[in-house]
Design a protein around this ligand. Structure first.
Ligand code: EPU
Length: 338
């Protein structure tokens, strides 16, 4: 564990923002992390924990210590006829874990193929795509407290999962470092292909009796067709959340905009497609210098090269205010801003 000084964070965030951290150190195990937490020269400064760096926008140099989570390992430790429990190090790359599940015939995460980021970040924001959220396969997580270095276990209920939400983004923000996540996966697949685009994609490929690999491959093709690859074009996936409004307000909006996209939720609520509103407000493909709104998916902001985090943030402010002016709906950022 080598404490480095004045380190560029460019390789460690998928937006490709070039800022420096005062101090930077990697850890590969719970005990290494606990040793770091015991060091005063580390803990007296602000702490930023990085996994895959895929859900963060860095707007300035980080005046503190970056702890890079590199805890690895994928281990199944219990199974019966139907289920398997798998413990995964928080520093594993999410998509590699999905591939591991496909290779072992474990079902539950195939719809979540190709989501950038690390396993440790997955419960933080309850990652989701194509009709599945991590909470559906989450069993428990271990996390180390930054206050006393003790290991805590969080059940699904403890995590208070919501849409792109968990206790780790609120009450426990900056207080816990997730070290392992345990997933409950199925050995007999229960496929979820009802999310429109998946079934269409399977039909297109002539697959009538799909397995988990077929579903994952369909998801990968859909994602590749509209979401930019961070290795080619800096981004952090959806920049905003899809906002929820009351059904009665949606009905009013629908009169003015008959093709507006929204999904009804329980409790007379509707989840609006933020990408649709951003596109209708004229932002799709717009570029201010190197900060841009993606040309194929308006919910994704991109760095065309040398954009600063502040420029991307500024663009997001303008999008929020223009969508608010046009539709009276306030967008909230999904990405963490530092
Ligand atoms: N739409 C537009 N214009 C756009 C983008 C979207 O009109 O520029 C419309 C689409 O035509 C569609 C609707 O909006 O009718 C929804 O679009 P899409 O299916 O692409 O999904 P999304 O709601 O924009 C969410 C997640 C994605 C996830 C997809 C697929 C959030 C914030 N985003 O996007 O997650 O991959 O559904 O399930 O919930 C992420 O969180 O980083 C992410 C990429």
């Amino acid at each position: 564990m080598n404490l480095e000084h004045n380190v560029s964070l460019l390789p460690f965030n998928t937006f490709g923002i070039d800022v420096n951290a005062d101090q930077f150190v990697r850890f590969e195990s719970v005990s290494e992390l606990q040793m770091l937490i015991a060091r005063e020269e580390i803990m007296q400064n602000p702490i930023l924990v990085l996994g895959g760096g895929s859900n963060i926008l860095l707007t300035a140099d980080f005046k503190g210590t970056v702890l890079k989570n590199e805890i690895k390992g994928i281990e199944s430790f219990f199974e019966d006829e139907e289920h398997v429990l798998v413990k995964v190090g928080a520093g594993e790359v999410w998509h590699e874990f999905v591939l591991h599940c496909l290779d072992h015939g474990w079902s539950g995460v195939e719809n979540l193929a190709l989501i950038p980021g690390s396993v440790g970040a997955s419960p933080m924001q309850n990652i989701g795509a194509y009709g599945v959220e991590i909470q559906q396969v989450f069993h428990e997580a271990n996390a180390v407290s930054l206050e006393d270095g003790k290991v805590h276990t969080f059940s699904r209920e403890d995590c208070q999962f919501g849409y792109r939400e968990s206790i780790f983004k609120h009450e426990l923000k900056g207080k816990m470092i997730i070290t392992h996540v345990v997933f409950l996966l199925r050995k007999k697949p229960e496929l979820k292909t009802t999310y429109g685009a998946i079934q269409e994609e399977l039909n297109r490929s002539g697959i009538t009796n799909p397995g988990i690999r077929d579903v994952a491959e369909a998801v990968m093709r859909i994602r590749k067709s509209k979401l930019p690859d961070p290795a080619m074009l800096g981004n952090a996936g959806s920049f905003f959340k899809n906002p929820e409004i009351d059904l009665k307000d949606f009905e009013v909006l629908k009169k003015a905009y008959p093709d507006m996209v929204g999904y009804e939720l329980p409790g007379f609520k509707v989840k609006l497609a933020a990408g649709w509103m951003i596109e209708k407000a004229g932002w799709k493909g717009v570029r201010y210098g190197d900060a841009g709104c993606h040309e194929k998916q308006a919910l994704v902001l991109v760095n065309h090269g040398k954009a600063t985090g502040s420029e991307i943030y500024q663009l997001s402010e303008e999008i929020i205010s223009s969508v608010h002016k046009k539709f009276g709906v306030l967008l909230h950022r999904e990405v963490n801003i530092y």
